[in-house]
Design a protein around this ligand. Structure first.
Ligand code: ATP
Ligand code: MG
Length: 459
């Protein structure tokens, strides 16, 4: 107990008062009314509550925040009691989600940075090599601030007094356009290696530089990534590629040699170490460019698409490996798809639903090519048809020889019923005559039934 009290006094002595900024340029209109309501309700119930993290950082640089995190001294169970429209979530970090229709305000209790709790049952749990596995020791705002990742993410906005509280120099770093880890970068990356991709993500998103030590620790300690949680990497990847700065983020990740780390097989194909596909660079850049455009024009984005794209070169490589094997082509495609989703080698866990979408869209690429008699309408009615068609167009843009095929489908989609029937008829005729040519007897012998499917008619 004495040890705990000493630690408590020590941490209080060491924590300076925050700088308070009232002359910030936050436009309160950028904030969700629901987030402000959560803060006011917590405050009326006698608790402290602030907006924190991305919402404050983004509003300070004039970007409209997309989600809102609230930090409070109320414990999760207390928050839950105040908001009937809320649920408790999380294990590593217990949180409350307060739901207003489709909007969710995430409410987290201030955490303490101490290594053991003096008050309560919960402990900080560290795993192999310093990895932080559980962090449910509650504290005050001046504890909470030090366990945040970057100074620019540690600003608290007091919506009631319209003030920004800055303990770590985040305001200066925002002005200097700098991403800087709070504390010792190596120790902070050891606790959570995902922070390395987060630093790169913020640099790309905000067009900031990564501060020198924050930067050199990323470059020197990539091996920490071996301990990373694949589910959390998946979440970061989605945030990285679906925020309107995907192309910039990809280039930044490449600059830090993280493409190799995140998508090792794709990287090997891109650099010619694995064979089977020559358009990887173009395919990925076009996809990310299109994703950024769609994000900016507020068009819907499918989280699966990135994986459809990134893993297509791996699928082509797997198919290439099977090219000399016996068996029907479509079975090889299915085998290659399975292998691609099972062994993509990266530290990212791909959720089942996304893997299923990849499988459908990839299989449809072959169906779009073969346009089988009587099955064209089925292809058109397939719920993944639109994504598959967009992907086909992307492949054409990347330089694959599918330009004529994509343009056939483009015409087909736009055609009326009569033109559709004519297009199917003329394609089927052409495919038949191609097949007949292919099956013609040579040297007086009729060729046996082909094991491998003949190539589709040239489009
Ligand atoms: P975005 O705009 O992409 O949501 P964000 O900064 O809000 O960015 P979140 O992942 O939503 O990012 O996290 C909210 C806040 O929680 C962060 O700003 C940061 O203060 C803190 N945080 C999140 N992840 C970590 C982490 N791995 N280590 C320390 N603090 C973190
Ligand atoms: Mg956020």
């Amino acid at each position: 107990m004495i040890k705990c009290l000493r630690a408590w006094f020590k941490s209080k002595d060491n924590t300076p008062e925050p700088k308070r900024f009232s002359d910030h340029e936050i436009n309160p209109g950028l904030y969700s009314k629901n987030a402000v309501k959560v803060i006011k309700d917590l405050s009326s119930a006698g608790f402290k509550a602030y907006l924190v993290g991305g919402a404050v950082r983004d509003a300070l640089v004039g970007i409209s925040p997309k989600d809102f995190d609230v930090a409070t001294d109320a414990h999760p169970e207390q928050v839950k009691k105040i908001f009937r429209n809320s649920i408790l979530i999380g294990r590593r970090f217990k949180l409350v989600h307060v739901r207003f229709g489709r909007e969710i305000i995430e409410v987290a209790t201030f955490r303490s940075g101490d290594q053991g709790s003096c008050f309560g049952k919960e402990k900080r749990l560290f795993g192999k090599k310093g990895l932080l596995l559980r962090d449910n020791i509650y504290g005050a705002i001046d504890d909470d601030v030090w366990r945040r990742d970057f100074t620019i993410n540690s600003l608290y906005y007091d919506a009631i007094n319209n003030q920004v509280l800055d303990y770590t120099g985040g305001m200066d770093d925002l002005k200097a356009k700098r991403v800087k880890v709070i504390g010792d970068p190596v120790a902070r990356y050891k606790e959570d290696p995902v922070r390395m991709i987060r630093a790169i993500r913020y640099a790309a998103k905000l067009d900031f530089k990564i501060e020198k030590k924050t930067d050199s620790a990323i470059r020197a300690h990539k091996d920490l990534f071996e301990n990373v949680s694949p589910d959390r990497v998946f979440v970061e990847i989605i945030k990285t590629f679906y925020g309107g700065f995907a192309l910039k983020a990809f280039d930044k990740l490449a600059e830090y040699d993280f493409i190799n780390l995140l998508f090792p097989k794709v990287y090997k194909i891109m650099t010619g170490k694995l064979k089977g596909y020559n358009y990887t660079d173009m395919l990925i850049s076009r996809a990310l460019y299109n994703t950024d455009i769609r994000y900016k024009s507020k068009k819907p984005l499918s989280t699966a698409f990135i994986f459809v794209v990134f893993l297509w070169p791996v699928l082509q490589h797997n198919l290439y490996k099977l090219s000399k094997a016996d068996g029907a082509f479509i079975n090889k495609v299915k085998q290659a798809i399975k292998e691609t989703l099972k062994n993509h080698d990266g530290p990212i866990s791909i959720p089942k639903g996304i893997a299923e979408t990849c499988e459908h869209v990839w299989l449809l690429q072959f169906k779009l090519m073969y346009r089988e008699d009587g099955k064209i309408q089925d292809v058109l009615d397939n719920p993944k048809f639109r994504m598959a068609y967009d992907f086909l167009v992307l492949r054409a843009q990347a330089g694959e020889e599918v330009y004529n095929l994509a343009s056939w489908w483009n015409d087909f989609i736009a055609a009326d019923d009569e033109k559709k029937s004519n297009m199917i008829l003329s394609y089927t005729e052409r495919a038949k005559s191609m097949r007949a040519k292919h099956d013609k007897p040579r040297n007086g012998h009729r060729r046996g039934k082909q094991k491998n499917r003949p190539e589709a008619a040239k489009n």
